[in-house]
Design a protein around this ligand. Sequence first.
Ligand SMILES: Cc1cc2nc3c(=O)[nH]c(=O)nc-3n(C[C@H](O)[C@H](O)[C@H](O)COP(=O)(O)OP(=O)(O)OC[C@H]3O[C@@H](n4cnc5c(N)ncnc54)[C@H](O)[C@@H]3O)c2cc1C
Length: 560
Amino acid sequence: MLHQSVKKMSYHVVLQRLPSLLADAGFRGDIANDAALLAAMSTDNSIYTVTPDIVVAPRDAEDVRRLMRVLEAEDLRGVPVTARGGGTGTNGQSLNAGIIVDFQKYMNRLLQVNVKEQWAEVEPGIVLDELNAQLAATGLFFAPTTSTASRCTIGGMVSTDASGKGSRRYGKTSDNVLGMEIVVDGGRTLDSDPPTPDWANAMLLEIEAACASGRDALLGQVPALSRRFTGYDLERARPPGGDLEWWRLPIGAEGTLGLVTRIRLHLMRKPKFKRLVVIGFETFAAALDAGSALLAHDPLAIEVMDEWVQGLAERAGILHALPVGLRARDGQPIAYNFVEFVGDDEADLARHVEALRESALRLAGAIASHVAVDDIEMAALWQVRAASVGLLGKVSGTRRPIAFVEDCVVPVENLAAFVKEFTGLLSSNGLSYGMYGHVDVGCLHIRPALDIDSDEDRTIMKAISDRVFDLTRRHGGIFWGSTARACAALTLRSSSARPPMTRFVASSGHSIQRIVSIRESSSVIRDLSWALRQPRFVASTPMKMTLSALPSGVTAMLSV
Ligand SMILES: Cc1cc2nc3c(=O)[nH]c(=O)nc-3n(C[C@H](O)[C@H](O)[C@H](O)COP(=O)(O)OP(=O)(O)OC[C@H]3O[C@@H](n4cnc5c(N)ncnc54)[C@H](O)[C@@H]3O)c2cc1C
């Protein structure tokens, strides 16, 4: 506690000057530190709470430059700066002490659309659904879809390399970004469009060298999965024999490399027709086992929902969109696969759907299926799936579903075995859980129900977290948790001779201490951080990290 409160107090004192310095610099946005706003900015969708000292909401990129120039003052240089979009992250990525930069409030404009070349330029704070609503008349859309589309921002999606329904075909956010503008220390701006400013040349050479030296080590450590989650994308930033594309590094870097102020996005043509097939299974295991067979029909997406969540949905009265045959059988909940097809040829689509339906009903444990054709009905059915998280959040009692092993991903063919071991682990600890997720890419969201106010349950939480980490690796997968920040923070901590220890407060108001230790530092990440000279963007919040995504030479231990 001492460590954090000492640091926070010093930010608080030095930041008292910030409003007047910003006003003198011509900053036009909002600057506030009232308790209600700080409380709102102290949480996201994770289990962490970190109260910032001040929140600024810039009006435009020029305001962001003004902010970063002001922060060059000697006494302000060490203050962390953390970007915030919609605050929907599940790993505390937008939480920090120091300054929070709220991009959603004003920097939320669609700047330019080129229909012919299928791209758009946006400010980072625009919300995904809002962007697609504004693009609707063009017949184009930004394809990566998250379950939080109604509230997450493009800046947040870029910085976490978000993806969701349809990612098999549409790719992740990184597959749909064409360039960006980023503001770094001193208010210096780097744009992916030429010309490169003189000050950046030496830095880009250093970055290129860091990418070249780290690329193979990274690839050697990371399973070749389409959903690789976040981190510095050394693989694509400088492909062998190719030129450096520095702007690929902030994608997935969770704001650790600077403040993104403008993003150019690739847009796709909206498919003319859609169909949604809902298939009911006797058990979740049967629904998972069906994954590979359903995938053979090449749908856009397959999403799964377990019996527990289905039971919650039934009781919440939101399953009226489903035919009776797909509701609870004799009071027994069932599991669902939601399979979506898209295409421009209606007859071809109908053939695909029928073939899938026929083969699905021959699969073990399949009960019934239903095809939705009408847009309104499809939207209502997807709402059932999208409501999963909300339903889990409404569970009563002291043990509630907690997102701390939320985003594991394994090869699709290992998913059923992985889930069997995972749920066995939870059951052997007496925990109930809810599950839903993306069968087509091997990514399930599993939320064990725990009481994080209880010492006993927090001990269980730590043990489960470690076991799931091992399990994920054994199945050739990745355990996600703020790779970029954790890597960068670890590197900086390990290099600064301070005790690598931080304390922070969980959302329940109880403190959880995590001790992060590092045996060897990663030259790759250190080189990159140093090359970009962005230590101020590194989070002070410790987070569970993806050890499997770390370059060789790095080992870390986390304990709650
Ligand atoms: C119920 C639920 C469902 C979810 N479903 C999905 C899903 O299907 N797929 C998926 O990928 N994720 C999912 N997420 C996670 C989250 O919604 C996504 O990561 C989302 O893209 C985050 O966007 P945001 O605007 O809320 O970002 P925030 O949480 O505000 O921030 C995320 C990160 O982006 C950085 N950032 C934001 N703006 C900038 C900027 N301008 N410059 C630099 N850095 C910036 C922040 O510093 C932070 O590190 C889900 C979360 C929840 C709670």
